[in-house]
Design a protein around this ligand. Structure first.
Ligand code: PEP
Ligand code: MG
Length: 588
């Protein structure tokens, strides 16, 4: 498939959002962004503007409801309808109609202007939240805003009706309303300018098992419909107008990937045992019940991290004790006889403050260092206690364990235990069957917790090392700031030493230690972690087969030699390079 064009090849980089590699013709979705006019009203015009707003909201609601019905009729599941339901919720939120109307009345500005001001403020509040998922909701605010504006201006909805067979869809962003066409079509892959791993297009791509790359700067300016593209969902590369040499290389790589995939498939149901017979547990990180479908095929031996915050963030309201109990029991039933580790609500500083109302702390200077995880839930017993009660009651459904995020001192653990005890006594008084105890663990994701590992190990049943945050806090580098990506150094000497100390502290105290941050699912680090003594890894279900592949082909003595080299290292990038070479030698 050579390109006849005289323009040179161009390589763009983005975020690998859904694995797999492909090549094909681009189909560019070119959507102009709508902008409304802005003008000041005469007082007598206010009522008319508010009626225009109400009509546009009505039309927007009807359109989204119709889309939902059509997607459901096409067999699209919750992963396809979820985002549209969030949009519907935003459109129906009384705060929207009241907030925009108030701005029209108070400032005497037209509806398009008032809508822009209101949504701008809402988006700004999302952007300050140190959470990738919530940041993504800022994108939903934009999409909902465009839909309402389209209805105010009387524009027709633009969709991507006719995508040619096996095309690679290229867009600034894809809208939930595109889902219908994506579900129908036979799409080769997606590349978008906006988006993160948790954005709508990434979720859809993963559920359709097609490669996707998101967050590619300058993509829509560079690509035209019909251009040949190589899309690499493994590395986040998009090659535009590839040369014959690049296409040949791509075809070879695809063949190698297919062969690798086949080997991984073969190992899937074999145990994760090293060549010298050491047993390793490979567990799954799960954010939503929908993830369980992928999990059954992955060979996971339990859930090492259930991020319960999504239960609170996805829905229209905060789930009560019984609703949480249903979800936890469903997880336990589907994973039986394997254990499920439920992490209590881990949300960031700004979310708490939005609920508490604007106050003197409404804009903390350092949200990531603020009221997050256990700090937040201990201050909000009305949120924390129903969750603890639900987990305690869920123990009747299967082997459940409790995990506490963002711990930095022993007092936090003691407060959790007191609250847990109080909940248990209340449940017994209410005659609920309660097991005598459930294992209690803590995330080790602050340097403080890592450094007092031996002390904390006496208080709990297990540790779970959260490498994403442990690296972010140890390197003092915001994990969401791409300008600081060079400081995300999983094998920086400080980080390797902390891993070693935490694993050692747990082993000496005779408690379990697991790792649930991203690097637990990256094969490059598997020998090092095994060599440091780690025997339990929790990761995205998709990563399990490849970690099993590595585990089954190394032995612990060699892994210990790797750990020794890493511990003696003086620089993160140097150790990384050394690990890469070692990995290539082992798995040419
Ligand atoms: C981590 O910090 O490594 C972790 C697993 O937790 P989260 O990514 O949810 O903060
Ligand atoms: Mg964390």
């Amino acid at each position: 498939m050579s390109t006849a064009t005289t323009q040179p090849a161009l390589e763009l980089r983005g975020i690998a959002a859904s694995p797999g590699i492909t090549s094909g013709k681009a189909f560019l979705v070119d959507r102009a962004r709508l902008e409304g006019r802005q003008f000041v009203l005469e007082p007598g015009e206010v009522g008319g503007e508010i009626r225009r707003l109400e009509r546009a909201l009505d039309r927007s609601r009807n359109q989204v409801q119709a889309l939902l019905r059509r997607i459901e009729a096409l067999g699209g599941g919750a992963e396809h309808t979820g985002i549209l339901e969030v949009h519907l919720m935003m459109i129906e939120d009384p705060e929207l109609v009241e907030g925009v109307s108030r701005r029209i009345r108070d400032r005497l500005i037209n509806v398009e202007w008032a809508l822009k001001v209101f949504l701008g403020e809402l988006k700004e509040s999302f952007s300050r939240i140190d959470d990738e998922y919530l940041k993504e909701r800022g994108n939903d605010v934009d999409q909902v805003g465009q839909r309402i504006l389209q209805n105010l201006l009387g524009h027709r909805e633009s969709t991507i009706a006719h995508v040619p067979h096996r095309s690679i869809v290229v867009a600034r962003e894809l809208l939930p309303s595109d889902t219908i066409h994506l579900l129908k079509g036979n799409i080769g892959g997606f590349a978008t300018e906006l988006g993160t791993r948790t954005s709508h297009v990434a979720i859809i791509a993963r559920s359709m098992q097609v490669p996707a790359v998101v967050g590619v700067d300058g993509l829509t300016r560079a690509v035209s419909t019909g251009d040949t593209l190589i899309l690499d969902g493994e590395t986040g590369r998009v090659v535009l107008r590839p040369s014959d040499v690049q296409l040949k290389e791509h075809r070879n790589r695809r063949r190698r990937l297919r062969r690798k995939q086949k080997v991984l498939e073969e190992d899937r149901h074999l145990p994760a045992i090293t060549r010298d017979g050491t047993r390793v547990s490979l567990l799954a990180n799960v954010d939503r019940l929908d993830d369980l479908d992928a999990l059954e095929a992955s060979g996971a031996e339990g859930i090492g991290l259930y991020r319960s915050e999504y239960l609170f963030l996805d829905g229209k309201r905060i789930p009560g004790e019984d609703e949480q109990l249903d979800t936890y029991c469903e997880l336990l039933r589907r994973m039986a006889p394997h254990p499920v580790i439920i992490r209590t609500l881990d949300i960031g500083a700004d979310k708490a403050l939005l609920e508490e109302g604007a106050g003197r702390h409404s804009r903390p200077n350092n949200p990531a260092l603020g009221l997050r995880g256990i700090r937040y839930t201990l201050r909000h017993p009305r949120l924390f206690e129903p969750q603890l009660r639900a987990v305690l009651r869920a123990a009747a459904c299967g082997p459940v364990e409790l995990l506490i995020p963002m711990v930095s001192c022993i007092e936090e653990i003691r407060s959790v235990k007191e609250t847990l005890n109080r909940c248990r006594i209340e449940l017994e008084a209410d005659e609920f069957p309660v097991v005598s105890r459930i294992p209690l663990g803590i995330m080790i994701e602050t340097p403080a917790a890592a450094l007092i590992g031996p002390t904390l190990a006496r208080e709990v049943d297990f540790f779970s090392i959260g490498t994403n945050d442990l690296i972010h806090y140890t390197m003092a580098a915001d994990r969401t700031d791409d300008r600081l990506a060079y400081l995300y150094q999983p094998v920086h000497p400080a980080i390797v030493r902390l891993f070693a100390e935490v694993i050692q502290a747990a082993r000496q105290a005779g408690i379990d230690v697991n790792m649930c941050g991203e690097i637990a699912g990256e094969p490059l680090y598997t020998p090092l972690l095994l060599g440091l003594g780690l025997r339990s890894f929790s990761m995205s279900p998709m990563a399990i087969p490849r970690i099993k592949y590595v585990v089954r082909r190394i032995n612990v003595a060699d892994a210990e030699a790797v750990a020794k080299v890493a511990l003696a290292g003086t620089s993160g990038p140097e150790v990384h390079e050394w690990l890469l070479e070692h990995h290539r030698r082992l798995f040419p």
